[in-house]
Write a protein that binds this ligand. Structure first.
Ligand SMILES: NC(=O)c1ccc[n+]([C@@H]2O[C@H](COP(=O)([O-])OP(=O)(O)OC[C@H]3O[C@@H](n4cnc5c(N)ncnc54)[C@H](OP(=O)(O)O)[C@@H]3O)[C@@H](O)[C@H]2O)c1
Length: 245
C-alpha cells in the first residue's frame, strides 16, 4: 500500500500514519518542516513502515499542484491512498477585523485543499482506484460565532469531497470527509480541554484509516458526533441563538 500524507506533521496525521506503518505501508510524508518530517519518518520505520519518504512543501501555497502531485506519486512508484490533514484554526476575532486573516483561513483550509483534492481525483479516476480521505470538522455543520470562518471553509470542503465521492460512484475510487469533534492536538492548545467530548488523535486516526476502506462519504470522529451534530443542526434558531457553544 502506497500512501501520501499531505500535512504529515499534524498530530492526527501522525497517529493515522502509525496505523498505516503497522500494516507495512510505503509512506510519503509531506509538510513544511524537514526536521519534524524526518523524526516522524524514523519513528514510522520502527513501527513497520516499509518506506517512509519525506517532501517539504508549503501545501497552502501550491504553485503547480498537478506536477507536484505527479512527483509525490513518482517517489512511491504510484499511489493507493491520499490523506489530506493540514489546516489552521485561525483567530475568528481577527478574521472579522482583517480581510487578510480571513483570506488566509480560507486559503489554507479550503482553496488549497480543494486544489489538491481535484488533482488527486484525476489521478484516481485515471487509474480507476484509490482512496482520498480529507480531514474536515464538525465546525462545518452549523455556523457558530466562535469559528464560522474556519467552519465555512470546512463546510465547503465537505461539499467538495461529497461531490468527488459522487463522481467516483461508478468507477472504483473512493473519497471521504472525516469530521472530527474537538481533539487534543497542538491546534487546540490553550483551550480548556477537559470533558467527555474531547478526543485523542488516536481516536480520530482509527476513523480516518477506516474511512479509506469504506463507502461514506461522511465519517464523524468519534462516531457520536453524528448524533450530536444532527441535533445541533436541527435546533431551532431561537434556541441556538441563546446558546454559547
Ligand atoms: N484538533 C481539533 O480539535 C480538530 C477538530 C476538527 C478538525 N480538525 C482538523 O484536523 C486536521 C489536523 O489538525 P490537528 O488537530 O492534527 O492539528 P495540528 O497538529 O496543529 O496540525 C495542523 C497541521 O497543519 C499543518 N499546516 C498548516 N499550514 C500548512 C501549510 N501551509 N503547509 C503545510 N502544512 C501546514 C501544520 O504544519 P506545521 O507542523 O508546519 O505547523 C500542522 O502539521 C486539520 O485539518 C484540522 O482542521 C482538528
Amino acid at each position: 500500500m502506497r500512501v501520501i500524507i499531505l500535512g504529515a506533521t499534524s498530530a492526527i496525521a501522525e497517529a493515522t500514519a502509525r496505523l498505516y506503518a503497522s500494516e507495512g505501508a510505503d509512506l510519503l510524508l509531506v509538510g513544511r518542516q524537514q526536521a519534524k518530517l524526518d523524526a516522524i519518518a524514523a519513528d514510522l520505520k520502527v513501527r513497520g513502515a516499509v518506506r517512509a519518504e519525506t517532501a517539504v512543501y508549503d501545501l497552502a501555497a501550491p504553485e503547480n499542484v498537478r506536477s507536484a502531485l505527479a512527483q509525490f506519486c513518482a517517489t512511491l512508484g504510484g499511489v493507493d491512498h491520499v490523506l489530506i490533514a493540514y489546516g489552521v484554526l485561525g483567530e475568528q476575532d481577527e478574521a472579522e477585523q482583517l480581510t487578510d486573516v480571513a483570506e488566509e483561513i480560507l486559503q489554507v483550509n479550503f482553496n488549497s485543499v480543494a486544489a489538491w483534492c481535484l488533482a488527486v481525483a484525476d489521478v484516481f479516476e485515471g487509474q480507476a482506484r484509490g482512496s482520498l480521505v480529507v480531514l474536515g470538522s464538525v465546525a462545518g455543520d452549523r455556523g457558530r460565532r466562535a469559528n464560522y470562518v474556519y467552519g465555512a471553509a470546512k463546510a465547503g470542503l465537505a461539499t467538495l469531497v461529497e461531490g468527488i465521492s459522487h463522481r467516483f460512484a461508478s468507477n472504483g475510487p473512493r473519497a471521504a470527509i472525516v469530521k472530527p469533534g474537538p481533539t487534543i492536538t497542538p491546534m487546540t492548545e490553550g483551550m480548556n480541554r477537559k470533558g467527555a467530548l474531547w478526543a485523542t488523535p488516536e481516536q480520530i486516526a482509527r476513523v480516518a484509516r477506516r474511512a479509506a476502506d469504506r463507502t461514506g462519504p461522511v465519517f464523524y470522529a468519534p462516531g457520536r458526533w453524528r448524533l450530536i451534530m444532527l441535533i445541533i443542526r436541527n435546533l431551532p434558531t431561537v434556541i441556538f441563538n441563546r446558546m454559547s457553544i
